[in-house]
Design a protein around this ligand. Structure first.
Ligand code: ASP
Length: 304
């Protein structure tokens, strides 16, 4: 278990680029991830003046556009070689929008936001291209999402030359100057999955959750464990009903609801970022590494 806890009152955000079963990166590779994380963090920070919701959408959009991450362009491939993306956003006033198996919107998180703002629904599965266009969103053909690096990865995994690597999902949580909270998560899912498989990311309460006055949470990791443990909501419940601090609640949720479950024969792994309503933020994982960026006394720290 690794956790970073910072007390930072006022408007602030945290982003993540997935928890992984690879050891922390070093050298050139680490620098590349640091640069991408800092760019996405800066995009979120610029929008934080508008609202917590704008901040998490801006940060996640930047990571969806960056093929380094498993979201939007560069998302991992299903066993059939396709990219199916899932995304969710929730604002602390209790409203949420989400999409799963999305294939057309260039930025699935913006589509999820449209579900929140422009539809009576919460979760849409594979919204048609026309719906994305009617909402004024940019659409992209299937080849836009599929990168050569992901084709090579799928080939190695299907040939048994590589274990399916985890994870690479992206997410952000923010608190704005009004103390309002928001959370967003976006993913390509897991490598070589069955078509139609949906993880925790777009499921409100499992991978994404926000409640003003309590906490905003975005998760990453073995989606099946996070779904069954309803992990993001568990952090909220531990704080609201058991009076836990955000760092203790995060730790407890990962230990009790993730590490205690099996993925195959091994304990499930993953991590989460969470921000409370007044001052504390936490990056926490029960995986070998986690990509994240968070503020600490005027600096932006990263873990890669
Ligand atoms: N939780 C995501 C999923 O199961 C994967 C990840 O976080 O990398 O779809």
């Amino acid at each position: 278990m690794t956790s970073h806890v910072v007390d930072q009152p006022g408007p602030t955000l945290i982003i993540h680029g997935g928890a992984g079963n690879v050891p922390s990166r070093t050298g050139e590779e680490a620098e590349t991830f640091r640069r991408s994380l800092r760019q996405a963090f800066a995009a979120g920070q610029r929008a934080l003046d508008v609202s917590a919701c704008d901040a998490v959408i801006a940060a996640v959009t930047a990571m969806e556009d960056d093929p380094l991450f498993n979201a939007g362009r560069g998302g991992v491939l299903t066993a059939n070689g396709t990219v199916e993306t899932d995304a969710a956003v929730m604002t602390g006033d209790g409203h949420a929008g989400a999409v799963c198996c999305s294939r057309h919107a260039r930025n699935p998180i913006q589509l999820a936001h449209k579900v929140l703002t422009d539809s009576p629904h919460v979760l849409l599965c594979d919204p048609p291209e026309q719906v994305c266009q009617d909402w004024g969103l940019e659409v992209a053909p299937p080849e836009y999402f599929v990168t050569q690096a992901r084709r090579d990865q799928l080939e190695r995994v299907l040939a048994g030359r590589q274990h399916a690597p985890k994870h690479g999902t992206v997410g952000a949580v923010a608190r704005d100057r009004h103390g309002h909270l928001a959370a967003a998560t976006s993913t390509g899912g897991i490598v070589a999955s069955s078509q139609g498989r949906i993880g925790d990311s777009p499921v409100i309460g499992a991978g994404t959750f926000a409640r003003n006055g309590v906490v905003a949470v975005s998760c990453t990791g073995d989606g099946e464990a996070f779904l069954q443990g309803v992990v993001a909501h568990e952090v909220d419940a531990q704080m609201r009903l058991a009076g836990q601090t955000v760092d203790r609640a995060a730790l407890g949720a990962l230990t009790d609801e993730v590490s205690s479950r099996l993925t195959g024969h091994a304990p499930a792994t993953g991590g989460l970022i969470a921000i409370d309503s007044c001052e504390r933020l936490v990056v926490c994982h029960v995986s070998a590494s986690m990509l994240a960026a968070w503020p600490d006394h005027g600096e932006v720290l990263t873990s890669v």
